[in-house]
Design a protein around this ligand. Sequence first.
Ligand code: TXA
Ligand code: MG
Length: 332
Amino acid sequence: MEYDLNTLILSATDSDIEKAAAIIRDGGLVAFPTETVYGLGADAFNEEAVKKIYEAKGRPQDNPTIVHICDISELEKLTDDITDDIKKMAEAFWPGPMTMVMWKKRSIPMATTGGLNTVGVRLPSEEIARELIRKAGSPIAAPSANISGAPSPTKAEHVIKDMNGRIDAVICGTACKHGIESTVIDMTADPPVILRPGVVTAEMAGLTLGKEVRIDPAVNQKIDGEFIPKAPGMKYKHYAPEAEVTVFMGAKPKVRKTMDEAASLLQSKGKSVAVIEFHDAETAARELFDKLRKADDEGMEYVYIAAIPEEGIGLAVMNRMLKAAGYNIVTC
Ligand code: TXA
Ligand code: MG
């Protein structure tokens, strides 16, 4: 595939967002910031445009995109089945980092939902994203704006590195507030099930709905050839930099000692290694993908990274970290 597009670099001014919206209306691709990660958007109802997203990312055809809306009233364009639980979740967590999977309207192209009869919908809190959708006049299908398999982009420079020449435009905003992708929750199940953990936790959803919300067993578990996860995205290699990543688990002082010793050993053999440690889960979420990308930019061959407790948002961070490492774990 040859890419000879000239990617327009846009800012978040009103006139630039209007330019970006015109590109979406014409069936083009625009990357834009959200509060989670940057998205790569196309008109969700334009099948040809959505197909270009898959091409630009090198994304497997059966991995559905998330459809972004700018107002709760747009939900009616996407589903006929707005349940009480969907209303409760929307009221509690939208606009924000949560995607609900629901039965789709037939008018949504199958390319948008990866051939599924359901659609994942999100109302982002990032005003630039909402303004783009508003001006485009249509919901926007958008996976994360990275080459398939690479760490998600949390800064405009990450998008430009992966997508320059492959897409029509990128709106450059600031670094993403949360830094990891939205919680994906399957509302077609009762009680609903978390398919991808995020900032909105199972506990938070459970309190809102007044019922126990479980996490899909495929989360934080190595997936073998036999297992078919409900979120198709879970079965692919994900979030991985070029460098070989190892996660160190155990008590903090022991992890630090083991990582340092292992790093020194590698360095004594002339190998390069980045050692990464986070002090709280929010910072880990915000910085994980950026640090993994930085290790590649600096030509590191290995990344050693300390696990964080799988509590609250820590569960979502560990989900991304373990996938980035291909479940390469050292227990200390
Ligand atoms: O925070 C986010 O969700 C970001 C920003 C741009 O909104 N988007 C994002 O999209 O992370 P993506 O395509 O990288 O991840 C979407 C995930 C995949 O694991 C996909 O399989 C799952 O959501 N998904 C989407 N629609 C689904 C559906 N109808 N049923 C089950 N899983 C679905
Ligand atoms: Mg993604």
